[in-house]
Design a protein around this ligand. Structure first.
Ligand code: ADE
Length: 242
């Protein structure tokens, strides 16, 4: 997968050199480049923002540098990437969207700052590439950079060959619309707290049922919205037993 990120703070994306994402880059599974939006400005102050039409607080990112950046990174005659614009006004990011993005050949992230990017940039781009405004959640960040780190971490771990143990993708929280059961390791007793006996029983059938019950209990307590969405394929007795 190829990923381009445009930002006025390229240094914010430095963590993408680390850990498993860094390794995915080094191995060629992920080709990633970070670009400074200001390299597409032409005035001495390298201006990227201006006051909003209609008034109001803050500044808005001007369309010209963004237009040039998108022209340079996605020339009209070439195969087009999917453009992702992090915004608190976007579609909520989910594990399902992470899977969708992991199947794309190319992603292009446009990191807005201030009050956001002039909407015409997105309208213009939408004529030649799919454009998605995406939100991490119902809160406001300073800009899109941290959102890109989050989205790329969720997407990269789904790329074939990135995770050592692909089985962990199947069991984790959100894989089947439930939160994951709690996990334990050695020692069996620690500061007066014991590992649940059943996990040490060696009875794989009982362990699987225990994990599913715990997943249901947790999801009911913490995320009743997820449980309601699952209602169709849930065994009614599982729910009644909670
Ligand atoms: N930029 C600012 N706030 C954001 C959020 N909640 N999600 C994605 N991008 C953002």
């Amino acid at each position: 997968m190829r990923v381009d990120i445009v930002s006025i703070f390229p240094e914010y994306l430095a963590p993408l050199d680390l850990s498993l994402i860094g390794r995915a880059r080094a191995s060629g599974l992920l080709r990633l480049a970070v670009h400074d939006l200001r390299s597409w400005t032409h005035d001495v102050h390298r201006t990227v923002d201006d006051t909003p039409y209609g008034g109001g607080p803050g500044m808005v990112m001007r369309p010209e540098p963004w237009g040039e950046a998108l022209d340079a990174l996605a020339p009209a005659e070439a195969p087009q990437p999917r453009l992702l614009v992090p915004s608190p006004a976007g579609t909520p990011f989910t594990q399902a969207m992470a899977h969708e993005l992991a199947a794309e050949e190319r992603l292009l992230f446009a990191c807005g700052r201030y009050e956001g990017i002039d909407q015409r940039v997105l309208e213009h781009a939408a004529a030649r590439m799919p454009v998605t405004e995406v939100s991490l959640g119902d809160y406001v960040l300073f800009g899109g950079e941290v959102a890109v780190l989050v989205i790329l971490e969720a997407v990269t771990r789904l790329l074939p060959g990135v995770l050592g143990n692909a089985g962990s993708l199947d069991e984790e929280s959100h894989a089947h619309g439930l939160l994951e059961a709690p996990v334990y390791t050695k020692p069996p007793s620690w500061r007066g707290h014991d590992v649940p006996e059943i996990l040490r029983s060696g009875d794989h059938g009982r362990i699987a049922r225990w994990r599913r019950d715990e997943a249901l209990r947790r999801t009911a307590a913490r995320r009743p919205d997820m449980l309601a969405a699952l209602a169709d394929d849930l065994d009614k007795r599982d729910v009644a037993a909670l």
